[in-house]
Design a protein around this ligand. Structure first.
Ligand SMILES: [Zn+2]
Ligand SMILES: [Zn+2]
Length: 427
């Protein structure tokens, strides 16, 4: 429908262009003269050239509408990276270069807030990366570097990683976008994680970084919402205001499971929590650094600027991927509510890492409705080399709003896909 309208508008533009030529000629048709009379002051070659430009624009509009109106699409981004402003080995420009090489459209660097003003940066990753005496010091310096760098062909967005103490360990929360020195100052003087999340949410977006960790004391896995915040263990809702949950930055399958469980519980309560993929690179010397840059956060937008990417995150138009996998087709997307009048059927096509697709045969892909796995009989999976095709029909969806999410262990997870199932009027 929209496409047809575009073509009609384009044809009218082309007709106007031709009428400029025809109407301008001596003895030209009266209809065309009338149509183009406002441009009567132009004459001869000038008029002819204007007409040609208008016709060319009309043709371009038919052939390639995206030339004038940018169509929305998925853009890959890198979120959660460290630089020489905290315990990373590369400076901000070098980090942007790495993100470009990884094929990202944007990068959100999140240095440790408590290390920004320090001249003695701790060596990253327990001494694996030797850090020279820091030259990148100061919160103001950090924030202004983003403004002044002007690295081409990648959008750079400032963020910080905030630590809150938990026993001998610490819980980490990312703050993405819209930061200034005063926000950073108030974050530095905050004690509790709940307060940290609230302050971040007033100015930017809070994301639970590597939500599950192994405690240095007990080596037990603790849920981020409970164990990582010792004083708040009695209240499972204490971190529920968090806007995003990071995936693929936990250390093992058990921790990934724990993160998924927590995320499903939030989505099951219809909380609008988006997913991100945690790169968390500290430098190229790390053994798993290349794999980290394959952890991408994809956002759906028609505005590929810092504002556009942050807005898409805020609206939950995201999915997280790891090891170079990505979605190519999706009939319902994460983000705003979409209405259906019959049982919802989801079809998703994606590309898995080389060599994985055959081994996997789609067995570990799942669709969840309100936090519970959809075990529909109409569930199909087909594989074409690296491309996998999935389809679910949720025959048991009751009327009303449902939050779905799609999960392929451990390569893809989506933000909530919100579907409103409408009751069809019975006679
Ligand atoms: Zn961290
Ligand atoms: Zn980190």
């Amino acid at each position: 429908m929209h496409g047809l309208l575009n073509v009609v508008v384009a044809l009218l533009i082309i007709l106007f262009g031709f009428s400029l030529i025809l109407g301008g000629r001596r003895g030209g048709r009266r209809f065309f003269r009338l149509l183009t009379s406002p441009l009567g002051c132009f004459a001869g070659t000038g008029r002819f050239l204007i007409a040609l430009v208008i016709i060319a624009a009309g043709l371009l509009y038919v052939i390639k509408p995206g030339f004038f109106v940018r169509e929305p699409k998925w853009y890959p981004g890198i979120i959660h990276v460290h630089s020489t402003f905290s315990d990373g080995s590369d400076n901000i420009a070098q980090r942007a270069e790495s993100a470009k090489q990884a094929g990202a459209s944007f990068i959100i660097i999140t240095d440790h807030l408590d290390q920004l003003d320090s001249r003695d940066k701790p060596p990253a990753k327990a001494g694996r990366i030797a850090n020279p005496k820091a030259i990148d010091v100061g919160t103001d310096n950090y924030l202004s570097t983003f403004k002044n760098l002007g690295v081409e062909s990648i959008v750079m967005i400032p963020g910080v990683e905030v630590s809150n103490s938990w026993g001998s360990d610490s819980a980490h929360t990312l703050a993405l976008g819209s930061l200034d020195a005063s926000v950073c100052q108030s974050l530095k003087s905050t004690g509790s994680q709940a307060a940290t999340i609230d302050i971040i949410n007033q100015h930017s977006m809070s994301v639970a970084a590597h939500p599950n960790c192994t405690s240095k004391l007990t080596f037990q896995i603790r849920a981020w919402e409970k164990g990582r915040f010792r004083s708040d263990t009695s209240d499972p809702n204490v971190c529920a205001n968090v806007k995003g949950v990071e995936f693929f930055n936990d250390k093992g399958p058990a921790q990934t499971r724990a993160t998924l469980r927590w995320y499903l519980s939030l989505v099951g309560k219809h909380r609008d929590v988006f997913v991100t993929s945690g790169c968390d690179s500290h430098g190229w010397k790390e053994p798993d650094d290349l794999e980290r840059w394959e952890r991408k956060t994809w956002v759906w937008t028609d505005n590929p600027t810092a504002e556009g990417f942050l807005d898409a995150l805020a609206k939950g138009r995201t999915y997280a991927s790891a090891q170079g996998s990505y979605i190519t087709e999706m009939n319902y997307r994460p983000g705003g509510v979409q209405s259906v009048t019959s049982t919802p059927t989801f079809s998703i096509k994606l590309v898995l890492p080389t060599g994985i697709a055959n081994a996997m045969r789609g067995s570990s892909a799942a669709m969840y409705r309100d936090g519970v796995e959809v075990l529909s009989s109409k569930r199909t999976m087909r594989s074409f080399g690296r491309t996998m095709e999935y389809s679910w029909t949720d025959t048991e969806a009751s009327p009303g709003l449902h939050y779905y999410l799609f999960w392929v262990k451990p390569y893809i997870v989506t933000s909530p896909i919100k579907i409103s199932v409408e009751v069809s009027k019975l006679p």
